[in-house]
Design a protein around this ligand. Structure first.
Ligand code: AP5
Ligand code: MG
Length: 225
């Protein structure tokens, strides 16, 4: 389905299902999916010096400093494949990042169309993150109970090996939730005040969530057909 150029921010606690929904939206509306977490994990996998530094923050569930994240995201948004619209998954995460994004969009003549706030409870978050498995090769996200792969530890899409994220250990999950409340939750008010924010129950089935998002896009006139 074709869309007008749309820029989306996905906001919500760790494990709410942002990445899972972003993959569906990306395919349905032909958008670029920019997940800061995925970009950082690629850098960690490459074993670069910056990757080592990033892993220190991520493995503790702490935020990476604003400047590093912002330079990465804004740089990437300037590439040609971002022209038809992006899904920002995991960015912004602090007030300073939100202001940097506003400025970058304004400077490049773009606008933010919608903020999808995918909300859920701590209980759901803990269950989702502790059961998450990801394909080492293609990044496809599974869950041992909710979305199991057909063959244990093997990706349905590419046959790659599934792994558990380093920051999906119980102690780190707890800190990530605390960091979310401390640093990111205020963005809900920031975007609500600007009139961009739409809240969804992340506890829904991923297909139902997609239907609700699509209905919103229709209502907002973001779809061409
Ligand atoms: P990041 O990778 O962004 O992690 P996060 O925000 O904690 O979110 P997650 O990726 O854990 O969860 P998700 O909402 O994408 O859920 P998912 O779809 O996988 O960031 C990691 C780290 O990078 C941060 O801690 C920080 O250090 C750093 N970082 C990143 N961005 C930064 C920034 N802007 N500033 C500073 N630092 C930054 O789903 C979870 C599980 O649930 C899966 O197993 C899935 O199968 C299952 N599931 C999903 N949806 C459903 C559903 N509807 N029903 C049932 N199960 C579902
Ligand atoms: Mg994610």
């Amino acid at each position: 389905m074709e869309t007008k150029s749309i820029n989306i921010v996905l906001l919500g606690p760790p494990g709410a299902g942002k990445g899972t929904q972003a993959e569906i939206l990306k395919d349905a509306f032909k958008l670029l999916h920019l997940s800061t977490g995925d970009m950082f994990r690629e850098e960690v996998k490459a074993g670069s010096e910056i990757g080592k530094k990033l892993a220190e923050y991520m493995n503790k569930g702490e935020l990476v400093p604003d400047k590093i994240v912002t330079d990465l995201v804004i740089g990437r948004m300037g590439k040609p494949d971002a022209k038809s619209g992006v899904i920002l998954d995991g960015y912004p995460r602090t007030g300073a990042q939100a202001e940097s994004l506003d400025k970058a969009l304004k400077d490049s003549g773009k606008r933010l169309d919608v903020v999808l706030y995918v909300n859920t409870t701590d209980e759901v978050v803990v269950k989702r993150l502790s059961g998450r498995r990801i394909c080492k090769a293609c990044g496809k996200i599974f869950h041992v109970v909710n979305m199991p792969s057909k063959k244990e530890n093997v990706c349905d899409i590419c046959g790659g090996e599934l792994y558990q994220r380093e920051d999906d250990k119980p102690a780190t999950i707890k800190n990530r939730l605390e960091v979310y409340v401390k640093s990111t939750k205020d963005l809900i008010k920031y975007y609500r005040d600007k009139g961009f924010l739409y809240e969804f129950d992340g506890g829904m089935q991923k297909e139902d969530l997609f239907k609700a998002v699509k209905a919103l896009f229709n209502k907002l006139g973001l779809l061409n057909k």
